[in-house]
Design a binder for this molecule. Structure first.
Ligand code: MEV
Length: 319
């Protein structure tokens, strides 16, 4: 029997292109320096635990259904034997808020793919397995969250007809101070992706137009001609309006975005699937970023998550 096995993978901040990416439009994001770690201790049955070693809180029954999916993905990849060796207690620890829009499920899938595949597996193979694993959490996933987690860095993702996963090119971003954090989540990624799908069926023209415009904003950033925090911020606010029209923002998110703009942010938007969850603001320099962060921490919008890893934090980006 094998001993404990450990792997870690980072979370992500999606900057532009969420939801549109599910329909083949480009997207831009960065991986965070916060990670999710899995430690697998062999046992007769699979089970998830989350938190510090003891006492650990077991995940809800719904996540238990993940394991048959994991075994099927491993079998399809010719890794059934390795999966059998790993079967056991999956202890998750994370400095990423879970299910908040920072790609914790993608990081979980990336870490498990690393454990299932041989140590010298090509990175595309790890990404592909992580992507298949993530279907359990997202239903339809674009592969972008898992791509950012497995490949790292700041990247633009573009889909081509013949490949399931997009191309992932490293991207140079303009220098800016980002303030990011998360609100409590009202809906899951799976529900939000499905809601956009229904909207597309009910109103194909209007919804396509919104997705087109979201994709075009991601394209603008991807062209590396957006040189400056002010354009990046303006694009963020424009994307937020479109995401609101798409029905994936929420009242608390809209109030939070207004509070950040009132405090001097150039622009801001939700990040990831929405329904609460992650957000970011673009600020002109560190001082401005600190002012925005302090305003959000004051919590007088009545909607800021100020606790633990979801609290607003500063990230410097640049070429
Ligand atoms: C979630 O972070 C981003 C979505 O576009 C889903 C996906 O791309 O898989 C909503």
């Amino acid at each position: 029997m094998m001993g404990r096995q450990t792997a870690a993978a980072p979370g992500k901040l999606l900057l532009f292109g969420e939801h549109a990416a599910v329909y083949g439009y480009p997207a831009v994001g960065i991986s965070l320096d916060r990670t999710l770690t899995v430690e697998v201790a062999p046992e007769a049955e699979w089970r998830f635990c989350f938190g510090d070693r003891a006492p650990c809180e077991e995940f809800d029954g719904e996540y238990g259904d993940f394991f048959p999916h994991l075994e099927a993905v491993a079998r399809d990849a010719g890794r059934a034997e390795r999966c059998g060796e790993l079967r056991g207690h999956v202890l998750i620890s994370s400095d990423l808020p879970i299910a908040a829009g920072f790609g914790s499920s993608a990081a979980l899938c990336g870490a498990l793919a690393r454990l299932l595949l041989p140590g010298n597996a090509p990175v595309d193979e790890i990404w592909s397995m992580a992507h298949r694993l993530e279907e359990f959490f997202h239903g339809t996933a674009s592969g972008i969250d898992t791509g950012l987690s497995v490949l790292g860095g700041s990247r633009v993702f573009r889909f081509t007809r013949d490949r399931e996963l997009p191309e992932a090119r490293p991207l140079s971003l303009p220098e800016a101070t980002i303030v990011y954090g998360a609100l409590p989540r009202e809906r899951t990624t799976r529900e939000l992706v499905a809601a956009v799908g229904r909207r597309l069926e009910d109103n194909p023209r209007g919804t396509r137009e919104i997705l087109d415009r979201l994709g075009a904003i991601a394209d603008d950033v991807a062209s590396e001609t957006v040189w400056g925090a002010s354009t990046l911020g303006e694009l963020a606010s424009r994307a937020q309006e479109l995401l609101r029209d798409l029905g994936v923002s929420s009242d608390p998110m809209d109030r939070l975005i207004s509070a950040g703009l009132d405090a001097g942010a150039i622009g801001g938007k939700l990040s990831g699937a929405g329904g609460g969850g992650a957000y970011f603001f673009v600020c002109d320099g560190l001082e401005s970023g600190r002012r925005v962060m302090t305003a959000l921490q004051r919590n007088d919008t009545g909607c800021t998550a100020t606790d633990g890893s979801a609290a607003p934090a500063i990230l410097r980006i640049g070429p």
